[in-house]
Design a protein around this ligand. Structure first.
Ligand code: FES
Length: 149
């Protein structure tokens, strides 16, 4: 028998289904890859058009992203976008991941309401900024000392 918490959660999901896809609901309520990564090979913190921020950490091995994580102070759809973009990045080569667009994140999430589409842009932009940082740190490792998490 469902507990009162489970019933409450189901009621919230039913309300969310009127606006969001199953993937958005799942990734916002159970985000993957949440938190920082120690000794990250790439890192970026980006401020989105709405003023919210997202941070992404990358671990890279042999030019392939082997792990990725994120933190955001944004809304539920930015949590879903960060969760999805880090899932998408894992296992990709640096050059493949660099091509990730807002459209890719939106498609993977099954779309977002128009007013939330910028959350997917923030996620794609942060991933690409973290990749650029990885490339810079590889070239100039001494810059790691000046990183600000
Ligand atoms: Fe600011 Fe979603 S990231 S509203």
């Amino acid at each position: 028998m469902a507990s009162s918490w489970e019933k409450f959660e189901e009621r919230i999901k039913q309300e969310m289904r009127k606006v969001y896809s199953e993937a958005v609901i799942e990734h916002s309520m159970n985000p993957r890859n949440l938190g920082d990564l120690e000794d990250a090979d790439g890192f970026a913190k980006v401020i989105g058009p709405c003023g919210d921020t997202m941070s992404i950490w990358l671990k890279v091995n042999g030019n392939r992203i082997i792990n990725a994580s994120f933190v955001t102070d944004g809304c539920g759809t930015s949590i879903a976008s960060g969760s999805m973009v880090t899932e998408m990045a894992k296992g990709k080569s640096i050059s493949e991941a660099q091509k990730t667009t807002q459209r890719d994140v939106l498609d993977a999430l099954g779309g977002l309401p128009q007013e939330s589409e910028h959350c997917a842009l923030l996620a794609a932009d942060t991933l690409k900024a973290a990749i650029r940082e990885y490339i810079t740190m590889k070239r100039e490792p001494w810059k790691r000392a000046y990183r600000e998490y």
